[in-house]
Design a protein around this ligand. Sequence first.
Ligand code: FAD
Length: 291
Amino acid sequence: APLPARGPRAPAPAVSFEFFPPKTEALETQLWSCIRRLEPLGPRFVSVTYGAGGSTQERTHATVLRLVRETALIPAAHLTCVGASRDEVDAVARRYWEAGVRHIVALRGDPPGGGDYEPHPEGYAYAANLVAGLKRVGDFDISVAAYPETHPQAANPEADLDNLKRKLDAGANRAITQVFFETGHYLDFLDRALAAGVTAPIIPGIMPVSNFAQAKRMSEMGGTSVPAWMGEMFAGLDDDAETRRMVAASIAAEQVRTLQANGIDEFHFYTLNRADLTYAIARILGVKPAS
Ligand code: FAD
């Protein structure tokens, strides 16, 4: 499809931003300067991740509560069910509900040390069970994960799509995708989801990549393929951070404009707690601070 028109009459898409909870005071300062830079873009929501095995529970909670107290942003708290009983997970959810947090990103999570996933004997086995449990705690707005290239532990793509449908049927309102670099993987997935009867929004998760080695490691763990052309673009730039950032902005800008040309009007950004690339790409999409 041709790239859509730019300009005042083209409606700006909706955006949301993902952050991770900071471990140190310096990282906390970095996170908050990122939040303050992105806040004027008027995101639909901002989400805060939960560490592997729930390891950042208190830091996630503290970050979400600070968003409630100090900003007008709508926070979404990520919550996983790995390694915890249903009562423990419900207690975390209830704390959020009581603090006025109404949006949860509901996930299964992964075992902290790697290895095979085993449901907790008294826990929610999968994200779909967690979604149903959360709905019993409160009428949360719930987002779940979707995998354009299929979750690595799924029996097959159809089974994984059935799982997405179970999560939506259990009460989730939308899905956010795992990062993908080949735009075609996402568009094919949308077609398959639509053919399977999914009508809820499936928001593309966009990660502007400037640290290629790190992105490759993270992607391959999460089942995302890293195309050879991307490796070529970053080849030899290990010591040239400035060029890497320009390449990163250009790759992500091309990706979001292609998605826009295909009718996508909502984007979720994995910010990695750095504002600049996300800010620039949102601007390229036509998202501006409200004047
Ligand atoms: P599920 O939807 O439960 O699916 C997990 C796997 O089990 C899939 O392969 C599915 O097909 C299969 N499955 C589901 N039900 C059954 C069944 N009944 N029988 C057999 N197989 C079944 N991780 C974190 O730790 N913290 C975060 O904050 C976090 N945020 C994320 C945000 C997004 C947008 C995404 C895409 C991922 C995030 N993750 C996070 C990673 C996520 O926890 C992992 O990808 C995890 O391996 C799967 O979680 P899920 O919610 O997709 O699981």
